[in-house]
Design a protein around this ligand. Sequence first.
Ligand code: FE
Ligand code: FE
Ligand code: ZN
Length: 274
Amino acid sequence: MLIGCHLSCNKGYLAMGREMTRLGANTCAFFTRNPRGGKARALDPADITAYERYAAAQGFGTLVAHGAYTVNLCAAREDIRAFGRDCVAEDLQRLALFSNCVYNIHPGSHVGQGTAAATALLANALRGLLAGSGPVLLLETMAGKGTELGGSFEQLRDILDAVDRPERMGVCLDTCHVWDAGYDLRGDLEGVLAEFDRVIGLHRLRALHLNDSMNPCGSRKDRHACIGQGALGIETFRQIVRHPLLRTLPMVLETPVEDNDGYAREIALLRSLA
Ligand code: FE
Ligand code: FE
Ligand code: ZN
């Protein structure tokens, strides 16, 4: 089982790896830069090499880096899209230094111009960004709040199809988000996975964000809860971590725990359920 949580890499990647060990994690997510945007940390290739050696010794799996929230590749304004392209291009370049890392971003918000126009803008940006080689980019399933793109499997499929770089793209399924978007993970996990397979294809599912939800199915709110303390409930997570199609994927917690020790308790809980 590959399980971990969101961790800071502000003290370097080797320090992040040591924290993973302390928490019982063998994967994690990290922000390549301040989540609200801004410049990425100065790059230290020696630190990445040190992390790689440590990760190999510890048997860590695929890392799931997270792009900044401020990136909106389908914004109506060109300057906002350009800022996003610069961030993503730099992130992809940096993450290529890791031997085993995927890169997860939010599809973005169309802010009034409509889904079709936004899909075209996003696909256009991603085609350019993924022209070379580099890490696999994952689009995250979203709750569909506001004008967020990616609140349905169809929208994600339309983006993937429009970019047409299947070897460079995949999907990261966030359990809180799909539940909030109206997919009943609690009552019908098999049905949701069948729907994902029918629309997107399960071969494109590359990572999971494990979060309970503070709100009912279809609420489109996007408020994460701790595992077992929200509307999804502990039984849903037991089914997920035991599922043959899901249990091989990297699973990352983004729950509102007080500190990393809270993550360690959730990791232990999920390992015990698996
Ligand atoms: Fe996210
Ligand atoms: Fe998420
Ligand atoms: Zn969320």
